[in-house]
Design a protein around this ligand. Sequence first.
Ligand code: HEC
Length: 414
Amino acid sequence: MSGPSGPTGAVPIISNPTSSAATLNVPNVGPYLVQLHVDDGISSDAVLQTVTVSEPQINANFNPATGSVTVTSPSAGRGNIALTSTSSYQNVAGTPVSCRWQVLSGPAGALLDGSTLLDVTKPCGTGAVLNVPTASAGGQYNVQLTASAIGSNVIAHLLTVSNSAPTANLNNTSAAQTVTYSATGPTINVTTNTAIDGSGTSGNFAFASAAANVSLDGSASTTPTGTLTYSWCVLAAQQPDATNFPASIPICPTKTAPSASATTTMTVGATGSYGVQLTVDNGFTSATASRTVSVSPGGGVTFPTIVNVLNSAPCSGCHQYGSVVNGVLQGVFNPASQIGTQPSWTNASTQEGDTLYMRVRQRVILGSSNSLLLRCPHLGCGGMGGNQAGFVNTTDTNYTNFLTWISNGAPPGN
Ligand code: HEC
């Protein structure tokens, strides 16, 4: 037997040379001259025959096909594109042995099977992994496969990395929320004086500020790949009183730590509008959505309703005094309750920094019609007569509005 050896020097072998049916194992294509020699112990004969070996045509091919590709397993701003050979022989079962994968061109930063070499040869039964950075989104990689046994065949696919960005969506967060305030917020200290000019002994009134829970829901967000994490923030200045009563979630661009939960609770200390922003991240890239959430107290009476009454007749006639410079009442200090001097209802801070809200809240017992804020204009107290307009009957508008606000946690805000 004679014939061509293989590309690496392998020689042809007849595996069972004494049998009547033998197998010729060939390392290459081409003509093999085979001789059969038969012998019965007395006489013998031999015959020669040329067996021409050819390899079937290789059809090189792989997935994904040319076109748009969504990355898988996104993580830390990178994602995978799995390359799988589907190469075959024309009209014959079996697959080519060796697959050489090459990235001929494409956006910077790609890794092929973890290497920057972008050229790897391995058994066709095992796929290769093209790992690409976020910055490649929208770019094209020209990936070439050379499938070979003895012969070989080449194919290239132009793979466009889809942007694979998630979509942030706050449609499941209701834009108008009525919440229940309770005195569970941080303690607030109000400075009080025994004399209106601040010359008397100063004291302190402390109360727990109002707090309520607002539900935020980003579950309508979607991603074409990976799993989402959710982070929240309040848009700069888009909350009723960031200075005195900031929401529990940070002001953008600072965000809450990424969470796997699509929902969260924002604790608020004031009523009014909160510009909430959600950031979703799928590991490859991120997206944001924002929504204005209008927060109202139970009963619907907000602090500005109280301020409006206090700043108009008849209250304003006795309770507004002192000039305001840069938001501070000149020469006016906050009196302690029931010392015979009326507090200023002017919407500014006193000399010691007590805001109108603090001075009003000093005269409120949560949930109680016995609050001085209600009792004084209704029944009178000390030097002030009762039956003030709007407070004569317990069904009068001002009376019911004040009681509603007091009964619903007396929250600040707008
Ligand atoms: C005629 C003047 C006058 C008018 C009008 C008036 N007040 Fe007064 N108010 C006073 C005086 C004086 C005091 C101090 C009473 C005391 O401590 O003896 C006072 C005290 C109060 C207090 C208690 C403060 C404290 O802690 O001691 C409240 C609350 C109050 N007024 C609310 C109102 C409201 C609300 C209105 C409008 C509906 C109003 N007042 C109208 C004169 C007036």
